[in-house]
Design a protein around this ligand. Structure first.
Ligand SMILES: [Fe+2]
Ligand SMILES: [Fe+2]
Length: 184
């Protein structure tokens, strides 16, 4: 059964959310190793999701609006482009901040610091900010961009878009394959 682009990517948002909650649970237990592994997976999953949006979703939505493939006189290409610019800024923020947190956690483990290190509190605060921005990012994206995909006239175009997106969001780097994670 075919799934809509909106459902496909919204489900991936929900998966990332659950994963981030697992990171918080591990941090709460001051389980550094677990928190790091879950965070590494969250970071990779978010990067794959963002890549699918940059390479396939955003260009397809802009192209569909420009070429009149959207039903009911959808939004103007200027308004879609403005939303996408905001979404790009959010993506840059997520990737930069997460790279910083990963670096902090690697240093923490390499130095064998106590699991109660104040660095963990700092990491938790940064992740709280990421979680809050991710929530509004996902809401904006789902309402303004994912919803547009449902208005594309051509079922063949939607099928092709979904298969390209799926290829990216299922393309987990080899280091994660065969790893098992507590709780997920
Ligand atoms: Fe996004
Ligand atoms: Fe997204």
């Amino acid at each position: 059964m075919s799934v809509s682009t909106k459902d496909l990517l919204s489900a991936d948002h929900a998966d990332a959310d659950r994963l981030l909650n697992e990171v918080f649970a591990a941090l709460k237990k001051a389980d550094c190793r677990d928190a790091f592994e879950l965070l590494d997976l969250f970071w990779a999953r978010l990067a794959m999701h963002i890549r699918a949006e940059h390479l396939h979703l955003f260009p397809a939505m802009l192209g569909s609006v420009d070429s009149g493939l959207i039903k009911n006189d959808g939004p103007s290409s200027k308004s879609v482009a403005d939303v996408i610019t905001q979404l790009h800024l959010d993506h840059d923020y997520f990737m930069t901040e997460l790279a910083g947190v990963i670096k902090q956690m690697r240093a923490l483990m390499a130095n064998n610091e106590s699991n109660a290190s104040p660095v963990l509190a700092d990491i938790t605060m940064t992740l709280e900010s990421i979680r809050a921005r991710l929530k509004s990012h996902d809401e904006l994206e789902e309402a303004e961009i994912y919803a547009l995909a449902d208005l594309i006239h051509s079922p063949a175009e939607v099928l092709s878009l979904n298969s390209r997106i799926r290829k990216e969001i299922e393309n987990l780097p080899p280091r994660f394959v065969n790893r098992t994670y507590a709780g997920i």
